[in-house]
Ligand binder design. Structure first.
Ligand SMILES: [Zn+2]
Ligand SMILES: [Zn+2]
Length: 241
């Protein structure tokens, strides 16, 4: 048992109970409560769709898409939604390890086949970072990068503006707003000066809902010279809301 396990015994990411060292982090019974994304998905973003005759989800059918495909582990509902809330807002940063393990268990082949040059997290605004103490997307991206043996470019993108919740906006307006709030970060400028810009980027966020944030980030990545982008998230909404 490592010192860290002793100081911070792992908690089940679903029910938040402490777990004895040596046992699976997530109770098998808790894991059974979750809905894996499965195989019947939008061929673009990886969101579950009602049946195989549906190629694209509602959001992907209605827009240009700058990333090639998306993968996710669980449908964003009930228990995993609560787990994500604790992860994001109540300091349960440690859940990221298990989230990354699950995503690789379910989507490892696709993630490896993409052969990314680097892993880039969706950035959060500095004000949010100070309140929360960590960027949840970066914590997940780091765990994924470790397991996929890829470099993590945590400051490749930067969020320069605070965007208010924008539920009332159309998808198109939301992407435009978000694009104005993102820019290439210091790491991007440095790598570009060294002519080491990554061509294949694995872009990571915690949750994929309409995909506006990931689409806006992908467009900014393309302006830096990225040619192929795959997006990965731990949870995803279902495709027909
Ligand atoms: Zn549990
Ligand atoms: Zn889609």
């Amino acid at each position: 048992m490592g010192l860290l396990d002793f100081l911070y015994p792992p908690r089940c990411p679903v029910c938040d109970d402490l777990r004895p060292v040596g046992e699976p982090v997530c109770h098998p019974a808790c894991r059974r409560l979750l809905a894996p994304v499965g195989e019947v998905t939008c061929i673009r973003c990886g969101k579950p769709v009602p049946d195989e005759s549906v190629e694209f989800c509602f959001d992907c059918a209605g827009r240009e898409c700058s990333f090639e495909r998306g993968v996710s582990a669980y449908v964003y509902e009930d228990e995993i939604r609560e787990s994500m809330m604790r992860f994001k807002f109540h300091g349960r940063e440690e859940y990221a390890e298990w989230y990354a393990e699950e995503l690789i268990l379910m989507q490892g082949a696709k993630l490896r086949d993409f052969r990314a040059d680097a892993v880039v997290p969706v950035p959060i605004h500095g004000r949010k970072l100070r309140i929360r103490g960590y960027n949840q997307a970066e914590v997940i991206a780091r765990e994924l990068a470790d397991r996929l043996d890829l470099p993590l470019y945590a400051n490749y993108l930067r969020r320069n503006r605070f965007t208010a919740p924008q539920k009332e906006l159309s998808n198109h307006e939301r992407i435009r707003n978000l694009m104005r709030a993102m820019e290439p970060g210091p790491q991007s400028k440095r790598l570009s000066a060294q002519k080491k810009t990554p061509r294949r980027v694995l872009l990571v966020d915690d949750i994929y809902t309409t995909g506006s944030t990931l689409e806006a980030c992908s467009r900014v990545l393309k302006t830096t010279g990225a040619e192929h982008i795959m997006v990965a998230s731990i949870c995803i909404g279902s495709g027909y809301v």
